[in-house]
Design a protein around this ligand. Structure first.
Ligand code: F3S
Length: 755
C-alpha cells in the first residue's frame, strides 16, 4: 500500500557504513537501539558519542504517522510551512473519532456523519500534500502501520503514544506531539534526549495458555508504569526469535504502559515471514542483505549486563498468563493467584464484558487463538456468561478472519463486532448503562485500564489480558476462573475443562482484503483545495503569528500567577475540549482554566486590571488582546509537565500572551513555546516569584540584544509607584532566537521555501 521501498533501500544503503562509524565512535559493540539511533542522526558527519539519558540529539526519522484526533492541529500547522509536499513519507489514520455502540454497520456511518468535516479536511489536506490517507473503518493506526509501513532498522515518529507498536518489526518508533510531527513533515530535525537502554533477555518458549501479551504484562509488573521512562527497551534471546512478529508488536505496544520511550526487537525470521505475508517481499529481501546490522552485536547479547543500563531476564517456558489491573496496567497478577487476590481486594467477581482486538492484540495469531477458545462453547455445550466484543485492528484482518470463518464462531457466542477502530480503548464506547456508574468488572486485551478509560464509568474495574484469556474469562463470566486448572459446568450439568488455545501465526491462505480503505495522495496536489468551512466550530485554518516588533516588551499585564502544579492539562484541558483541537480560537477558551490563581486560590478566576473585576482567564486575556495590551503568565516548578500537547503553547500565543515566566519548565512544553515564537523564561532566583504582585505592570528588557546564555531583565512596576527588577534566564540557542524574532519556527520555514 504505497510503502516506500526506495526510501527503505536508501536507508539500508548507508546503514552498514554508519553502524561501523558509530561503533568506532562509541568504541565498543552496539545494541540494536544504538545502531538505529546513530544511523538516523540528523548530522551524518557527527563525531560525538552521546551520553545516554543526558544529551539532546537531533534525529532524522524516516516516517510520520498521525491519528485523526492529533493530526488536525499537526496538519493545520504544517500548512503554515508553505511546502508543496511533506518532507518524509507520512500517513493519516481515522480511528479515534468513531464511537462504538451498536456494531460497525451502524456505528461507522454515524461517525462519518458526525465527524464528516474533520474527515473531509484530513482527506483533502492529505491528498494535497502527498500524505497517505486511511479512511474511517480502514483500521487502527498501529495495526495498519505494522501491516504496511514498519520496517526493520527504521525510525518513525507518530502522534500517538502507542506508535511504539512498530518495534515489533524492528523499528525505533516513538510517540510524539503534533508539533514534532509537523516539524519532521516540514523538513526540520527532531530532537530527543538520547535514551537509556533496558535489556530484556527472553529464554525458553511460550506454551499452553501463555502468549506474548503475558511477557509485557510481567515486564509491567516488574518495571511499573514509570520504570521505562527515558529508556528504550530492547528484547533479545532465543525466546524473542521464537515468537511471532505480531506478538513482538504487542510487547512493544505496551511499552508505553511502562513509560518507555520505545521498545524494539532485532530482525529475525518471524519478521521476514510477516513482511512476506503482508506483501512486502522486497522489504524482506532488502533487510536480509544487511541483516547483521539489524540486530544488536553478538558481544552485547553475550554479556548484556555490560551494555545495558538495566537488565531483566524472563524464562518464557515458566511464564504464567497474567491479568493486570484494575485501574493500572502494572498491577500484575498471575492467573493462578487471581482468585485469592481479587477476593482479598473485594473486586467484583462477575465479569460483564470481554473485549478483544484494538491496536494491541489484533493479529491473525491473536484472533485465531481466541477463536480456538470460543469454538469450545459449542463443542462442549457451554453458554458464554459475559458479553463479548471485538475491535478488529484493520480491514485486512477483519476481512481475513471473516473469510476464514472466525467471525461465525464469534457470532455463535453473541459477539458484537465494532468498527475497525479504537472505540472502547479510547473511551469512545457508548456502553449501555455506564452512566449509572455501577461497580462492575470487564476484561480486555487492550493496553490501558485507567479509571474511566473504556466506558467513562469510574467504577468499571478493567483487567488486561491476552485475547485467549479474555475469551476464556468471558465464557466463565468469573474473574476467579483459571482456565489452566478449573472446570466449567456445561448445559448438561457436566464439568468440562477448556482445551489450551491453538492458533496460526499467519493465515494459511494469505491475507485478503477487498477495499483496504486507503486513499493514495495526488501526484501533484497544487490544484487541490483543503476543505475547511469558514463557519466550522471544529476546524479553523491558521494565520501565521506576527513577528517580534523589534523592541523590548513594555507595559505587560499579569494574566495569572499560577500556583503549584500547572500541567498541560491545566493549561489546555482535554475531555470535552478535544473536539475543538482543530480550531485554535475555540479551544483557546480553555486556556489555563485549570491553573490555580496564586492571589485567591481559585481556578479560572483572575483580575482584569483594566476593569478591576475578576473573571475567567480566557475572557480576561481576550480583553487585553482587544485593548492591544500584551500579558505575561507566571508559573511555579515544572510548568507544562504532562503531555506534548502543542495547544498549551499555541493558545497563549494566539490570545496575545507574550511570555511565560516560571521557576522551571517541563522541557517539551518549553520547546513548544519556543516553536510558537513565545518567550519562555525562568527565574534566576526562584524567590523572585514572590515579588510579582497582582496589579503589576511588567517590562521585559534586553530583547534588542537577545543572545544565547545572556539573561533578560524583568522590571516590575508596582501600583504603589515602586519598581523592582531582576534577571531571568532563557535557554534559547541562536536558531531558537530566530524563531522568536520571526514569530515562530514555521514562519522561518515558509520564508526558506519561498526563497
Ligand atoms: Fe487506539 Fe487504543 Fe490503540 S486508543 S491507537 S486502540 S491504544
Amino acid at each position: 500500500m504505497a510503502f516506500d521501498i526506495e526510501m527503505i533501500k536508501k536507508v539500508y544503503a548507508n546503514f552498514g557504513p554508519r553502524v561501523e562509524a558509530a561503533r568506532k565512535l562509541v568504541g565498543r559493540p552496539l545494541t540494536l537501539s544504538e545502531k538505529i539511533l546513530y544511523t538516523h542522526l540528523w548530522d551524518e558527519n557527527t563525531n560525538t558519542s552521546y551520553v545516554r539519558g543526558t544529551d539532546y540529539v537531533d534525529f532524522a526519522p524516516d516516517r510520520v504517522a498521525m491519528q485523526d484526533a492529533t493530526a488536525q492541529m499537526a496538519l493545520l500547522q504544517f500548512m503554515q510551512a508553505g511546502r508543496p509536499k511533506v518532507a518524509v513519507p507520512s500517513t493519516v489514520h481515522c480511528d479515534h473519532l468513531i464511537t462504538a455502540k451498536l456494531g460497525a454497520e451502524i456505528d461507522l456511518p454515524a461517525a462519518n456523519t458526525e465527524s464528516k468535516e474533520v474527515f473531509d479536511f484530513l482527506a483533502s489536506v492529505s491528498n494535497k500534500y502527498g500524505i497517505g490517507f486511511w479512511k474511517p473503518g480502514a483500521g487502527i493506526i498501529h495495526q495498519v502501520v505494522l501491516e504496511n509501513y514498519a520496517f526493520p532498522g527504521g525510525m518513525m515518529i507518530g502522534t500517538d503514544s502507542h506508535t511504539v507498536n512498530a518495534g515489533g518489526l524492528g523499528m525505533v518508533a516513538i510517540g510524539v506531539g503534533g508539533a514534532d510531527a509537523c516539524d519532521v513533515m516540514a523538513g526540520l530535525p527532531w530532537e530527543l534526549k538520547f535514551p537509556k537502554l533496558i535489556g530484556v533477555k527472553l529464554t525458553g518458549k511460550l506454551n499452553g495458555w501463555t502468549s506474548p501479551k503475558d511477557v509485557i504484562l510481567k515486564v509491567a509488573g516488574i518495571l511499573t508504569v514509570k520504570g521505562g521512562t527515558g529508556a528504550i527497551v530492547e528484547y533479545f534471546g532465543d525466546g524473542a526469535t521464537g515468537m511471532s512478529c505480531t506478538g513482538k508488536g504487542t510487547i512493544c505496544n505496551m511499552g508505553a504502559e511502562i513509560g518507555a520511550t520505545t521498545s524494539t526487537f532485532g530482525y529475525d525470521e518471524s519478521m521476514e515471514r510477516y513482511l512476506r505475508a503482508t506483501n512486502r517481499a522486497d522489504v524482506a529481501d532488502a533487510a536480509n542483505e544487511i541483516k547483521e546490522h539489524l540486530t544488536g552485536d553478538a558481544e552485547v547479547y553475550a554479556e548484556p549486563e555490560k551494555y545495558f543500563d538495566q537488565l531483566i531476564e524472563i524464562d518464557l517456558s515458566a511464564l504464567e498468563p497474567y491479568l493486570n489491573g484494575p485501574f493500572t496496567p502494572d498491577l500484575a497478577t498471575p492467573i493462578s493467584k487471581m482468585k485469592e487476590v481479587a477476593a482479598a481486594n473485594g473486586w467484583p467477581m462477575k465479569i460483564e464484558v470481554g473485549l478483544i482486538g484494538s491496536c494491541t492484540n489484533s493479529s491473525y495469531e491473536d484472533i485465531s487463538r481466541a477463536v480456538s477458545v470460543a469454538r469450545q462453547v459449542a463443542e462442549k455445550g457451554l453458554t458464554a456468561k459475559a458479553e463479548y466484543c471485538i475491535n478488529p485492528g484493520s480491514e485486512q484482518i477483519r476481512f481475513t478472519i471473516q473469510r476464514d470463518g472466525f467471525m461465525d464462531v464469534f457470532n455463535q457466542i453473541g459477539a458484537k463486532v465494532f468498527t475497525n477502530a479504537c472505540g472502547p480503548c479510547i473511551g469512545m464506547w457508548d456502553r449501555v448503562g455506564s452512566e449509572k456508574q455501577e461497580r462492575n468488572t470487564i476484561v480486555h486485551s487492550f493496553n490501558r485500564n485507567f479509571a474511566k478509560r473504556a466506558d467513562g464509568n469510574p467504577n468499571t474495574f478493567a483487567f488486561v489480558g491476552s485475547p485467549e484469556l479474555v475469551t476464556a474469562l468471558a465464557i466463565a463470566g468469573d474473574l476467579s476462573f483459571n482456565p489452566l486448572t478449573d472446570t466449567l459446568t456445561n448445559n448438561k450439568g457436566e464439568q468440562v475443562k477448556l482445551d489450551e488455545p491453538t492458533g496460526s501465526e499467519l493465515p494459511a491462505n494469505g491475507f485478503a482484503v477487498d477495499d483496504a480503505g486507503y486513499q493514495q495522495p495526488a501526484a501533484d496536489g497544487s490544484g487541490i483545495e483543503v476543505l475547511v468551512s469558514p463557519t466550522s466550530h471544529r476546524l479553523q485554518l491558521l494565520d501565521p503569528f506576527t513577528p517580534w516588533e523589534g523592541s523590548d516588551l513594555k507595559g505587560l499585564k499579569l494574566l495569572i500567577k499560577a500556583k503549584g502544579k500547572c500541567t498541560t492539562d491545566h493549561i489546555s484541558m482535554a475531555g470535552p475540549w478535544l473536539k475543538f483541537r482543530g480550531h485554535l480560537d475555540n479551544i483557546s477558551n480553555n486556556m489555563l482554566i485549570g491553573a490555580v490563581n496564586y492571589f485567591n486560590d481559585k481556578t479560572d478566576d483572575v483580575k482584569n486590571s483594566l476593569t478591576g473585576e475578576y473573571g475567567p482567564v480566557p475572557a480576561t486575556q481576550r480583553a487585553y488582546k482587544a485593548a492591544g495590551i500584551g500579558s505575561i503568565v507566571v508559573g511555579d516548578e515544572n510548568y507544562g509537565e504532562g503531555s506534548s500537547r502543542e495547544h498549551a503553547a499555541m493558545e497563549p500565543r494566539h490570545l496575545g500572551v507574550r511570555a511565560v515566566l516560571v521557576k522551571s519548565f517541563a522541557r517539551i512544553h518549553e520547546t513548544n513555546l519556543k516553536k510558537q515564537g513565545m518567550l519562555g523564561l525562568t527565574f534566576v532566583n526562584k524567590e523572585d516569584y514572590e515579588k510579582i504582585q497582582e496589579d503589576d505592570v511588567i517590562d521585559i528588557t534586553g530583547l534588542t540584544t537577545f543572545a544565547p546564555n545572556v539573561p533578560l531583565i524583568i522590571v516590575l512596576h508596582h501600583t504603589d509607584g515602586t519598581q523592582e527588577e531582576f534577571p531571568v534566564n532563557h535557554s534559547y540557542n541562536a536558531q531558537q532566537i530566530e524563531w522568536f524574532k520571526a514569530g515562530g519556527a514555521l514562519n522561518i520555514i515558509r520564508k526558506q521555501v519561498k526563497s
